[in-house]
Design a binder for this molecule. Sequence first.
Ligand SMILES: [Zn+2]
Length: 102
Amino acid sequence: MATAGRSIPIAIRWEVIERDDCTCQYCGKKGTFVYRYSKPAVVENPNNIDIREVDFYNGSDVIAFEMDHVVPVSKGGKMSSDNLVLACRYCNRSKGDRDSDG
Ligand SMILES: [Zn+2]
């Protein structure tokens, strides 16, 4: 998957996270809102560690949700909240033909 060089503007991230209520739109898993690298983000935190004080949220303890393009950018999809849904890493990675930006 080619994801380099694209990033989702913070305003759009906010729209998607609020609209989708920190919930994976494919499996319904609810995540936790955090600031990750100073950007609004959603993570799975199955072990309930104190993620407010950590600046890196990906690994065995904490797994970041991703933003899935409904229509891939490579197929003309737009970089807008209408074309993005919140997806947990498992759901997003299980769909090999779509690209994403976490
Ligand atoms: Zn999911």
